[in-house]
Write a protein that binds this ligand. Structure first.
Ligand SMILES: [Zn+2]
Length: 337
């Protein structure tokens, strides 16, 4: 009888403990959301996005239309809405605006939006260019896996991570606009069009984090490949630079390299991707970049050459930075103006 009672108690205790386990389920943290950004998913998407089917994604071309459809389908599948409302994820950029196109055609930026829970009117823009340089005279496809397939699919993974947080009641306090811009390769047209026709007032745009090429290794870095170049973080906002540094220190083991942030650097990368159209409008920016390499703007910029584990780390760093800027108490300001 005694033994029986002890056994009953033991069963009751076990039952009680397991019940507690299910009710006090562990709350996910930013680290858990960052961990959903994986090299496997980046790779899977990049093989499609930078595949031969997309025909090098030249602005206005059929391949570029396939690319924007791919992006839209992703956001629809994730349940991430368009800021334009309804089923329209495309900000039309008319042919008349794209003055450097050899064959005039309309194009479009792709936009998706997660509304902030506390400061919805304050907007953080994550951007990457969706276009590339098309096909050569012999029909060879410029896949643009690094440029800028890498930044594009990195944004999709970040969007998915933010949306998971939203579903668990941990969405960002500030709003996030996912802005895939067209016409970069012909002269930063899509980002300029956005800043001239913004969907949200530029005065409420907190910052722009732009990702253009994060899947490869600069030959100068062959011996120390665990790095990323940051450009522009301290140009308009000391605060943005400090937040970015603190996030990198806390959440990443990547070496943050500022070589190309130097005003006197002859490459002038600060002026050469889409963030510059935001900086021009006094919006603080950070440009995330791996530097150039032998396959830059060649038909050999293919998905098989991407360093997916490194790209995962770089994407997670950008995600952590966006998360911190979106959730901190005080808004980042252009304090160097
Ligand atoms: Zn690019």
């Amino acid at each position: 009888m005694k033994i029986y009672i002890i056994a009953m108690l033991a069963i009751a205790t076990v039952a009680c403990t397991s019940a507690q386990k299910t009710t006090s389920k562990k709350q996910n943290t930013v680290e858990d959301y960052a961990a959903t950004i994986t090299s496997n998913e980046l790779k899977e998407m990049l093989y499609v996005y930078a595949g031969d089917n997309m025909r090098g994604r030249m602005t206005g071309s059929k391949g570029q239309k396939l690319a924007v459809q791919y992006l839209k389908d992703f956001y629809v599948a994730q349940g991430i809405k368009s800021p334009l409302g309804g089923d329209n994820y495309f900000q039309n950029v008319p042919a008349s605006y794209l003055t450097r196109l050899k064959e005039p055609a309309d194009s479009e930026n792709v936009v998706a939006f997660i509304e902030g829970s506390e400061f919805p009117e304050q907007i953080i823009i994550l951007s990457a260019h969706l276009d590339h340089v098309g096909v050569d005279d012999d029909g060879n496809v410029f896949n643009g896996a690094d440029d800028d397939g890498s930044g594009t699919v990195a944004m999709l993974e970040m969007a998915e991570a933010f949306q998971r947080a939203v579903k668990e009641g941990k969405g960002p306090k500030r709003s996030i606009l996912f802005l895939h811009v067209t016409g970069e390769e012909i002269g930063l047209f899509g980002s300029r069009y956005y800043t001239e026709n913004p969907l949200f007032p530029l005065a409420n745009t907190v910052c722009n984090l732009n990702t253009d090429m994060i899947g490869r290794i600069d030959p100068d870095k062959a011996d120390t490949p665990n790095y990323i170049y940051l450009i522009g973080s301290d140009k308009l906002s000391q605060e943005l630079h400090e937040v970015s540094e603190a996030v990198a220190k806390k959440h990443s083991d990547l070496l943050i390299d500022y070589t190309y942030n130097d005003e006197n650097d002859p490459n002038r990368f600060y002026y050469r991707s889409d963030h510059y159209n935001f900086a021009k409008n006094n919006i603080p920016v950070i440009f995330y970049f791996n530097g150039v390499h032998a396959d830059y703007h060649k038909i050999s910029d293919t998905p098989d050459k991407i360093e997916y584990d490194l790209m995962e780390k770089r994407t997670r760093l950008i995600f952590h930075t966006a998360w911190e800027i979106a959730n901190r108490e005080q808004r980042i300001t252009a304090d160097k103006l």
